[in-house]
Design a protein around this ligand. Structure first.
Ligand code: FES
Ligand code: FES
Length: 161
């Protein structure tokens, strides 16, 4: 199989990976860069578990190949906290206990970061629409919606984004 070298900007760090151009990005993140916070679910674009941010836009990393990334900047769940300080969205999910097994959580959190950047005070309906592509098999939706509202309040009062 042909391999190529790819230069990726991941969580603010330049990384070089040599791999097949058609390898799914989620696999490269997890297996080459050891960023296992990005979860694998369906590998078919149906569950949202593999969501990452690409130039601040949420994308499904199971549907992208490493060669699709180009020079766009990748942010994964590992890149959200500021040292010991959790990102306000992470903190809100924790405070509201908005997860059980955690499989959907990194994707939900990154989607929420992107949503709140565009809509600082979303309604319940806007939150539900934004998280529509994310399956939570533990059915934590009410707490997840509360966490998004909590994060919105925190960011409005001066948290980082
Ligand atoms: S693993 Fe990507 S959408 Fe399910
Ligand atoms: S917390 Fe288990 S799938 Fe959402």
């Amino acid at each position: 199989m042909t391999t190529r070298e790819f230069k990726l900007l991941v969580n603010g760090r330049a990384q070089t990976v040599t791999t097949s151009p058609d390898r799914p990005l989620v696999e490269v993140l997890r297996e080459e860069l050891n960023l296992t916070g990005t979860k694998v679910g369906c590998m078919e674009g149906q569950c949202g578990a593999c969501t990452i941010l690409l130039d601040n836009e949420p994308v499904l990393s199971c549907l992208m190949t490493v060669s699709d990334v180009g020079n766009r900047s990748i942010r994964t769940i590992e890149g959200l906290a500021d040292g010991e300080h959790l990102h306000p969205v992470q903190e809100a999910f924790l405070k509201e206990q908005a997860f059980q097994c955690g499989q959907c959580t990194p994707g939900m959190i990154l989607e929420t970061v992107a949503l709140l950047r565009k809509k600082p005070r979303p309604s319940d309906q806007e939150i539900a629409a934004s998280l529509d592509g994310h399956l939570c098999r533990c059915c934590g939706y009410p707490r997840i919606i509360s966490a998004v509202h909590r994060a919105a309040q925190r960011l409005e009062s001066g948290g980082v984004s």
